[in-house]
Design a protein around this ligand. Structure first.
Ligand code: NDP
Ligand code: GDR
Length: 369
């Protein structure tokens, strides 16, 4: 079945992208299209004239909010032109759904962004994390290999794979994963290398360091902090509970990082690339920047809660993106302070809207993100 961004079903046949109108258009398939990176990559590929297909999984609540501004409901205004984006139900845990999707869509490029992507949660659901994050990539690679049409494949690798190996980390730095998530990403990384070497698949690993945005999931530390700043600023909450503040991360902007994904698949040869800002900050420094920008002092609001500490931590990540800079001609446009301000500005506006609902009695102020 094809899915609409509103979450309702439509008949497949009613919604094909009119290919005859644009026969030369490139076709991309994105897994994880409903996630942070999926939404930015969709915008990028549409702006480059691609036809974009995304796989979405069934959920009891709508999971397409990050795509709502792109999606156009044909029932609402049937005469309006629709962007060439279509969504299809599939799941990385279901190989037959992946094969059917590749057969039906026949993409030129496949971006595997889907994953159980939360490091702390991976300690709670390690088996599921391995199934989706590692074996899911293998299932998709196998479907790519078996398809008649050659397809280029991008694997969303992570700086978490370096784990406890000290910075700066680059392509030849040894992996030492510190979580079930990171171990699963290491497996997916090597499956990707193996399919390149064994079968000649044009397969690339992007080893991306943390990248954030106003669309970041609300239980990752940066967004948790900027959501709290917004809500504290307008009086909806007073405290935020956090874990380890001394971990250091190389934080960039997601909109910049999806450009690197695309660039990898446009090269003559497939390869693996570290993508990073080459600048590292602690969680405490992020707190200082975010609360400070809003005219608040983080020490007045942050409470340490042991439950947010992880069984094993990744202490320090800082990438060396020389290869991406030289070969892909990629460099980040948004710096640390600009990223923090973009997220805080967005979340103050969001909190103001929440406040309207709270004041009108439509929302319980105790409901925290
Ligand atoms: P998100 O958590 O925002 O998005 C993950 C996506 O995967 C969502 O669309 C989710 O669907 C989908 N998904 C989860 N499980 C399945 C499944 N079983 N079958 C199909 N789809 C599934 O992640 P990001 O956008 O931040 O990251 C994209 C990718 O890049 C992930 O693989 C992540 O691990 C990796 N990565 C991210 C970095 C970052 O800093 N953001 C850094 C390095 C790597 P749903 O919306 O329904 O939950
Ligand atoms: P990370 O991101 O684990 O690096 O994985 P996250 O924002 O979850 O944690 C960053 C650091 O902050 C510390 N921390 C907290 N983290 C969360 N989530 N919640 C808290 O309350 C909190 N307090 C402190 C953590 O211990 C950690 O050190 C992200 C994900 O996007 C992965 O999918 C991706 O692969 C990596 O980035 C690169």
């Amino acid at each position: 079945a094809t899915a609409t961004a509103g979450g309702g079903d439509v008949d497949d046949e009613t919604a094909p992208v009119p290919r005859a109108l644009a026969p030369a258009r490139k076709v991309a398939l994105i897994t994880g299209i409903t996630g942070q990176d999926g939404s930015y990559l969709t915008e990028l590929l549409l702006s480059k004239g691609y036809e974009v297909h995304g796989l979405i999984r069934r959920s009891s609540n709508f999971n397409t909010q990050r795509l709502d501004h792109i999606y156009h409901d044909p029932h609402a205004v049937p005469s309006a032109p629709r962007p060439p984006m279509r969504l299809h139900y599939a799941d990385l845990s279901d190989s037959s759904s992946l094969r059917r999707a590749l057969d039906a869509i026949s993409p030129d490029e496949v971006y595997n962004l889907a994953a159980q992507s939360h490091v702390a949660v991976s300690f709670e659901i390690p088996d599921y994390t391995a199934d989706v994050t590692a074996t899911g990539a293998l299932r998709l690679l196998e479907a790519v290999r078996l398809s008649r049409k050659p397809m280029r494949y991008y694997q969303a690798g992570s700086s978490e794979m370096f784990g406890s190996t000290p910075p700066p980390q680059r392509e030849d730095t040894p992996f030492h994963p510190r979580s079930p998530y990171a171990a699963a990403k290491v497996a997916a990384h090597w499956y990707t290398v193996n399919y390149r070497e064994a079968y000649g698949v044009f397969a690339c690993n992007g080893v991306l360091f943390n990248h954030e945005s106003p669309r970041r999931g609300e239980n990752f530390v940066t967004r948790k902090i900027t959501r709290a700043v917004g809500r504290i600023k307008v009086g909806l909450q007073t405290r935020v509970f956090l874990g380890n503040l001394s971990a250091a991360r190389d934080w960039g902007f997601a909109g910049d990082y999806v450009e690197a994904m695309w660039l990898m698949l446009q090269q003559e040869q497939p390869g693996d690339y570290v993508v990073a800002t080459e600048e590292s900050h602690t969680v405490e420094e992020f707190l200082q920047a975010a609360f400070g920008y809003a005219g608040l002092s983080w020490k007045d609001h942050v409470v340490i809660d042991k439950k947010y500490f992880r069984p094993a931590e990744v202490d320090s990540l800082k990438g060396d993106a020389t290869k991406a800079r030289k070969v892909l001609k990629w460099k980040p446009k948004v710096g640390f302070q600009e990223l923090v301000e973009m997220m805080v500005d967005h979340d103050i506006e969001l909190a103001k809207k929440e406040k309207v609902l709270v004041d009108a009695g439509y929302r319980d102020p105790k409901q925290q993100p």
